[in-house]
Each structure stands twice: as structure tokens, then as C-alpha cells.
Design a protein around this ligand. Structure first.
Ligand code: FMN
Ligand code: ADP
Length: 314
């Protein structure tokens, strides 16, 4: 899977491409169905698959489930040929005709696109799937529109619903709609070097302006780039009221692990909440509390998550 943008696109001219269109925030089960259908359309043909998405989401007023790096990590498990990141500013004022001619046909060298039932495009979202089909006929571009994917109660799966579940702390429902655990990924940065002294070193990630579950301590899995193991861990997400008041952080203590991983990329899969963040008056109480969180999670992992590889949702 190659990551490309408009400056890095010459390869697309070597073949015809199927374009899979959307924002793809979260890569939930609806997105996954669309991707699979796009890949199916390319099978036994000379076509390559290009997932077309945006460097910045088309709606700038919402917090996102996934930054671009997280999106790429989640897309890796599909057999896509390319992921193309578009500058939204460049296409947002195009007319529907211009979008098809300049972007789909000329830029992406395509005559086949696939999108979801609610896809909109062009200036002021003036283009919808009907118009896309109509323009496609005129310009010899085949347009496939897939129906909405629903959950077991018949409700349409959407990024909006997943955002709400995560912000409300309903991680099991979010995981159902996503088809994978909610993830937090990034590069390990330096913290205040206090956690190690307490006996629980934590790998810190930058706290971003994105959708997070409510502040607190969570049981998680951790994957480190270049390391095939899946580690258990406990993550503290929040304000660190005892030691770093006012500082927002994401940090994870990885169980049975003792290596420096500064600068390395990790993915945290968030499973369930263990406890709230409490403000203590002394470090001893904090150390005891963290110890209890770790003990609780170790037991839970052993009793409930141990040997359940088949049910893990990565
Ligand atoms: C499992 C776990 C539970 C934590 N619970 C709390 C808590 O209840 N209250 C609190 O003020 N900080 C809590 N923390 C945060 C740490 O006390 C501390 O701020 C942090 O680990 C220092 O990190 P640093 O040295 O990496 O900067 C918790 C951390 C972990 C790993
Ligand atoms: N079990 C572990 N879990 C998380 N990080 C660990 C662990 N063992 C060693 N480390 C390393 O130690 C660092 C954390 O130590 P810590 O004292 O919390 O420093 P910092 O404040 O810089 O995060 C991590 O960034 C990582 O490189």
C-alpha cells in the first residue's frame, strides 16, 4: 500500500484505477465494506485500487476519531494499492463536472469510482450520488454506490455514532461499530521522568485535539512498530492532577516490558476503563493506586482476555 498525493502521482498513469471515495474517519465497518467492495471490483482486472481521502477532513468543525497516521495504520490490513491524500482546499470549490474531469479522470486516471450512499462532493456539497452517476454516464466513468451498512439493530453505522460512543465512554459499542478497538497511535515522547521513579515507567504520546474517551485509566493492548508482540498495558489519559496538574497527557505503562522506546511509533488499542484519575496529597498514595490499577488489569487479562486471540479486534 503506497501513500501518495498530487505531487507523487505519476505511477497512476501506468494503469487504470478504481477510486474509493470518502473521508474514512475511524475506518468503521461501513468504510470497511466500501473498501472491500472496491477491492473486489479490481480483482481479475488490470485495475489498481486507490482510496481517495483528504489531508484535512471536509468538515473542519468536528473532532476526529483518527488522524492521518492512524488512518494509514488501520488501512494497512486491507489489500489496497494506494491511499491518496487530497488537499481539500484544492477541490472544495470545483463544480461537480470539474471534479469528475479534473480529479477522477485527469489526475487519478480512472474510469471507475465507488462510494457510499451518502457521498457528497464539490462546491457547497452540491454533488450527490445521483449526480455522480449521471455525470459518470456522460463521461464514461462507471459509478458504483453501496448501500448503508447497518448494525444489528438496523441503525446505520457512522463516524458520528462512533464519536458519540467513545466520548460517552461506551467503548464496547464503539468497538462493535468500528470492527476494531479504538486506537491511539503516535511517537513516544519524553515526559517528566517521574513515572519510572515510581516503578511504573510510562510511554507518553502527544495529547491531540481529537476524540478521546473520558479521562481515566484504561486497560489496553500495545503494539510497537517493528516488534511483533502484542503487549498488555494500562493507559492513563487525562490531567495528571497529582504530579503534572494542568498538563494533558496520554501515557501507557506496558506490562512485562523494560526497554527505552523514545522516538518509536506505538499503537494503543483501548479496551475498557479501569479507574478514574484521583488527586492525591502524596506520591505514596499515588504509587499504591497505580499498583492497584496494574494488579486489577493483570488479573482481568488473565481471567478474561487471556488466550482469546480469536476474539481480539485489531
Ligand atoms: C495506571 C496509571 C494510573 C494513574 N492514575 C493516576 C491518578 O489516579 N491520579 C493522578 O494524578 N495521576 C495518575 N497517573 C499519572 C501519573 O501519576 C503521572 O502523572 C505520570 O505517570 C508521570 O508521568 P511521566 O513521568 O511519564 O511524565 C496514573 C498513571 C498510570 C500509568
Ligand atoms: N514498561 C514500560 N512501559 C512504558 N515505557 C517503558 C517501560 N519500560 C521502559 N519504558 C521506557 O521508559 C520511558 C518512560 O519512563 P518515564 O520515567 O515515565 O519517563 P518519561 O517521563 O520520559 O515518560 C518510556 O518512554 C520508555 O522509553
Amino acid at each position: 500500500m503506497k501513500i501518495i498525493d498530487k505531487n507523487n502521482i505519476s505511477e497512476l498513469k501506468k494503469q487504470k484505477n478504481i477510486i474509493i471515495l470518502g473521508n474514512f474517519d475511524g475506518i468503521h465497518l461501513g468504510h470497511q465494506e466500501l473498501i472491500k467492495r472496491g477491492i473486489e471490483c479490481s480483482e481479475d482486472t488490470e485495475y489498481k485500487t486507490v482510496l481517495y481521502t483528504f489531508k484535512t477532513h471536509t468538515n473542519q468543525n468536528i473532532k476526529l476519531l483518527t488522524n492521518n497516521e492512524e488512518k494509514i495504520l488501520l488501512l494497512k490490513k486491507f489489500n489496497l494499492d494506494y491511499v491518496y491524500f487530497e488537499e481539500f482546499d484544492e477541490v472544495k470549490n470545483l463544480s461537480p463536472e470539474e471534479f469528475i474531469q479534473k480529479i477522477i479522470i485527469d489526475r487519478l486516471h480512472s474510469d471507475k469510482v465507488i462510494c457510499g450512499f451518502d457521498f457528497t462532493f464539490s462546491k457547497n456539497k452540491s454533488g450527490n450520488t445521483d449526480l455522480l452517476k449521471k455525470l459518470g454516464q456522460e463521461k464514461n466513468v462507471k459509478v458504483v454506490v453501496i448501500d448503508s451498512v447497518k448494525d444489528e439493530s438496523g441503525e446505520v453505522i457512522s463516524s458520528t455514532r462512533v464519536r458519540k460512543y467513545i466520548e460517552d465512554g461506551n467503548l464496547s459499542e464503539a468497538t462493535k461499530l468500528l470492527g476494531h478497538y479504538p486506537i491511539i497511535a503516535g511517537e513516544v515522547v519524553h515526559g517528566k521522568k517521574m513515572a519510572r521513579q515510581m516503578g511504573f515507567p510510562t510511554a507518553n504520546l502527544i495529547f491531540e485535539n481529537k476524540v478521546y474517551p473520558p479521562f481515566g485509566v484504561y486497560g489496553v493492548y500495545v503494539k510497537i512498530e517493528g516488534d511483533n508482540n502484542i503487549y498488555n498495558g494500562v493507559m492513563n489519559l487525562g490531567k495528571n492532577p497529582t504530579l503534572k496538574p494542568g498538563e494533558l497527557s496520554v501515557e501507557v505503562h506496558i506490562l512485562n516490558f523494560d526497554k527505552f522506546i523514545y522516538g518509536e511509533k506505538i499503537i494503543i488499542y483501548v479496551l475498557e476503563k479501569i479507574s478514574d484519575e484521583i488527586k492525591f496529597n502524596g506520591i505514596d498514595q499515588l504509587v499504591e493506586k497505580i499498583g492497584n490499577d496494574v494488579k486489577y488489569w493483570k488479573k482481568k487479562v488473565k481471567d478474561e482476555y487471556g488466550n482469546t486471540d480469536k476474539t481480539r479486534k485489531f
